[in-house]
Design a protein around this ligand. Structure first.
Ligand code: HEM
Length: 235
């Protein structure tokens, strides 16, 4: 326990939970790409997730993700307290070496991603009426399309994805540092790898709202099906 609470222990907890969360974000983006295959494929995919291990496995995965997210936030919080205690008075002049815009904004991007997840769950998972008035339980494709048909909502998703990108970029980079994969000769490879994987996730995730707003992904029938597919919904 004492080791876990030390700076190094906390960094290891943060790195390991970060990898789990990273894995989820990649898997989630790849899974969501199925929206391009049409409503049947996407809804079948969403239903298959819910049915995983007769529904038990989904809850195990959810529990694991929640624990990973809580430990990630806890270690970030503890490390911030330790860093602040080590230097209660700020530097008069800050000379930045080895720090990027992404690394200096880690806390802010983390808070924005956390707020985004709360909003996202109310939007696409729980279907809170005030957040998603056209939500229909069990019709993930319809919820996806009608959710992103609002330019305001889509704009918010894109902004949140940019914050997520900053967070993932520095996260991937510092994970390799914690693992000891650090050598001045190969650092450019670390930057390239972190940049590549972050861009891949961003391209996939940002493509979703853009695809709905441009009409590439839409419900069959009319262009704006916010109420057409399920009359009475959203009123
Ligand atoms: C534009 C990007 C994204 C899209 C289109 C999207 C889409 C969705 C959809 C449709 C669901 C509901 C699935 C269902 O219940 O049938 C969902 C659930 C979820 N999403 Fe996303 N998502 C995106 C980005 C993210 C990101 C970046 C994160 C995390 C950082 C995230 C975390 C989650 C979580 C935790 C759930 C709940 C999973 C569960 O326990 O059922 N999503 N997402």
């Amino acid at each position: 326990m004492a080791f876990l609470r030390s700076s190094l222990g906390l960094k290891i907890v943060m790195a390991l939970t970060g990898v789990i969360l990273f894995g989820f974000v990649i898997g989630h983006m790849l899974g969501n790409l199925q929206v391009y295959l049409g409503p049947e494929a996407f809804n079948a995919y969403a239903a298959s997730l819910r049915a995983l291990g007769h529904g038990t496995l989904l809850w195990v995965a959810r529990g694991g993700l929640l624990i990973a997210a809580l430990l990630h936030i806890w270690s970030a919080w503890r490390l911030t307290l330790i860093n602040n205690a080590a230097r209660p008075v700020g530097y008069r002049e800050v000379e930045r070496r080895e720090s990027t815009y992404a690394s200096r904004t880690m806390r802010w991007s983390g808070v924005i991603v956390l707020l985004f997840i709360v909003y996202h769950l109310m939007h696409f998972t729980f279907g809170v009426h005030a957040v998603h008035p056209y939500f229909v339980h069990g019709d993930a494709y319809h919820n996806f399309v009608t959710g992103f048909q609002s330019p305001l909502v889509s704009g918010f998703y894109v902004l949140a994805m940019l914050a997520l990108g900053l967070h993932l970029y520095h996260g991937a980079w510092s994970f390799m540092q914690t693992l000891g994969l650090s050598h001045p000769r190969y650092n450019h490879l670390r930057y390239a790898f972190a940049g590549f994987i972050t861009l891949l996730i961003l391209a996939g995730n940002i493509s979703f709202p853009v695809a709905v707003l441009t009409g590439l992904v839409r419900e069959q029938g009319s262009a704006d099906t916010r109420t057409a597919a399920h009359p009475g919904v959203g009123r």
